[in-house]
Structures are given as structure tokens and as C-alpha cells.
Write a protein that binds this ligand. Structure first.
Ligand code: 5GP
Ligand code: ZN
Length: 122
């Protein structure tokens, strides 16, 4: 897709700090992080919004399943103490459309975590 910044990142025409890549997806650090860990996971194929990717449930499932793995590798996965009490953790977020707060119209899953304070609501 011409003039799509995340297509250009996927094609390595614009640099990013990648943390995961395979044939279908790329994960990289958000340029303006809202928390100590702020990753963006994108499909390499262009979809403007989540709504436009509805015909690709396997790809969406893969992206969602990758989020905890990325969080784990970034050090912000949920971890349980000896009493089974959870600690750590992360937020997964997809903004869709103007009212949903979407700024970049190439589908992306935010993975946001690490110790608070964050710049977004818990
Ligand atoms: P949205 O509001 O569309 O869900 O989020 C877009 C995100 O993309 C924002 O958090 C913003 O900081 C990030 N972003 C925008 N342009 C770039 C870029 O060129 N490189 C990287 N790494 N992140 C970007
Ligand atoms: Zn794109």
C-alpha cells in the first residue's frame, strides 16, 4: 500500500526496532512508548483496520497468541508468586477508526506493559 508507514516498516524501507518477525507478521518498538514496554505487532499484509481483516481469523488469532510471547520476551508477562498471586502483566489493544483512537491506518496490536506509571489508563 503506497504511503502507508507500517507497510514501509514491514518492507524495511523505514527503520524500526524489530523484536519478532516471521513470514506473516512483524513486531517492533513503538516510537512514542506509553509504558516501559510498548510494542506494535502488525501483519505484513496491509489491512487498514481490524474491521478490514475479518476474513483472516487465522492471522488475527496468530497475532493475539503472539502477544503473551512478546510480553514474556520483553519481561512483562504475568507471573505468579508462591501463593498464586499474579504480578507483572501487560495490555493488548487495537484501536479502530477515529472514535477508537486509531492514528495509523495499518492494523496493529499494541502490547503495553512494564512497571507503572504508564501514559494510558490502567
Ligand atoms: P494508533 O493510535 O493508530 O493505535 O497507534 C499508532 C502508534 O504508532 C502510536 O503509538 C505511535 O507512537 C506509533 N507510531 C507512529 N509512527 C511510527 C513510526 O514511524 N515508527 C514506530 N516505531 N511507531 C510509530
Ligand atoms: Zn500498510
Amino acid at each position: 500500500m503506497d504511503n502507508c508507514i507500517f507497510c514501509k516498516i514491514a518492507e524495511k524501507k523505514i527503520p524500526s526496532t524489530a523484536v519478532y518477525e516471521d513470514d506473516d507478521v512483524l513486531a517492533f518498538k513503538d516510537i512514542h512508548p506509553h509504558a516501559p514496554v510498548h510494542l506494535l505487532l502488525i501483519p505484513k499484509k496491509h489491512f487498514s483496520t481490524l474491521q478490514d481483516a475479518g476474513a483472516e481469523p487465522a492471522l488475527l488469532g496468530k497475532m493475539l497468541a503472539l502477544a503473551p510471547r512478546l510480553a514474556e520476551e520483553a519481561g512483562c508477562a504475568v507471573r505468579y508468586d508462591a501463593d498464586g498471586k499474579p504480578g507483572g502483566g501487560f495490555k493488548t489493544l487495537i484501536n479502530s477508526g477515529p472514535d477508537g483512537g486509531q492514528e495509523v491506518y495499518h492494523l496493529h496490536l499494541h502490547v503495553i506493559g512494564g512497571p507503572h506509571p504508564w501514559r494510558i489508563e490502567r
